[in-house]
Design a protein around this ligand. Sequence first.
Ligand code: SAH
Length: 340
Amino acid sequence: MKSIYGFTLSRLENYFVEKGDKKFKAIQVFEWLYKHRIHDFDEMKNVSKKTIIDLKEYFTLTSLELLQKQVEKDVCKFLFGLEDGNKIEAVLMKHDYGNSLCVSSQVGCNMGCTFCESGRLKKVRNLETHEMVEQILQVEKELNIRISHLVLMGIGEPFDNYENVMDFISIINEPKGIDLGARHITVSTCGIVPKILEFMKSGKQVNLALSLHAPNNQIRDSIMKINKAYKIEEVMEAIKKYIKETNRRVTFEYILLKDVNDKEEHAIELAHLLKGINCYVNLIPYNETSHIAYRKSSKETIMKFYDTLKKNHINVTIRKEFGSKVSAACGQLRANYEEG
Ligand code: SAH
């Protein structure tokens, strides 16, 4: 049995066509699942009894088990249990422009960024497409809200689970379903070059964010293992190609780590690296965790870094800080839950 939430509309159409049935039934089913949010196949009113029996035989309406929910004024963090006992997290952030959900794409992560809590648990497995879709459905149900923006910035490296992530995007972007606009969806990668290029060719109008975090190879090597495989020059070349081909602006994420990458000379070097590129930089105040020794840069250092980039004509924003009280740097909730 397979979860129906893992099926793109075209796969569901194939399911019906292969049974010698009508293709449009897939649209009906999609609408019941994502517009009406049914919890039982029997609730599909305009679908024949025979079809419902078949659906029940073939598909499940599995759901993640909510293990923990931590609520603050503008942030809410969820810990979900998967059917095989693994655990993942999702974080809902309330912005002035809407509700943004940060979803996980893997159980654990193999990218080995030294500052990141998620990577302390090595990758156990990729998330199935339906496990990503259900993070949205559950959070919306639990908080009785609609999610307007989605970021793949939770646990895991989305481009290390490329196929499932692309199916996930296709499902949530489908107008007959959740209908989340492509421009409201952001995929964040640590810089897996071949996948950046594959993503470029996919033609999806989804935003791309690159976790850069350093202005040169020396620093990047010391904090991100992926830089041993793909050097900054290669990543930048792929990003330039991506921008040229898609005509879309890319976001560079840059966590400010005290005394590691937050000096004025680093800001200047970063500005040189990004000169003339259609991008903006999102400066991220580091979310400290008890297991990792990095410290957050002071407010003054962050502002100075911001000013230096501005002076050098780089578009830059500082990420609003969310949920340090609710362990919102991804990976923390699971770690705290398991380690007590
Ligand atoms: N693997 C992907 C997506 C997951 S991480 C990536 O690397 O982009 C999402 C973002 O959160 C990344 O930019 C990551 O570097 C950042 N991040 C990880 N740990 C953090 C922490 N403790 N504080 C702030 N940002 C963090």
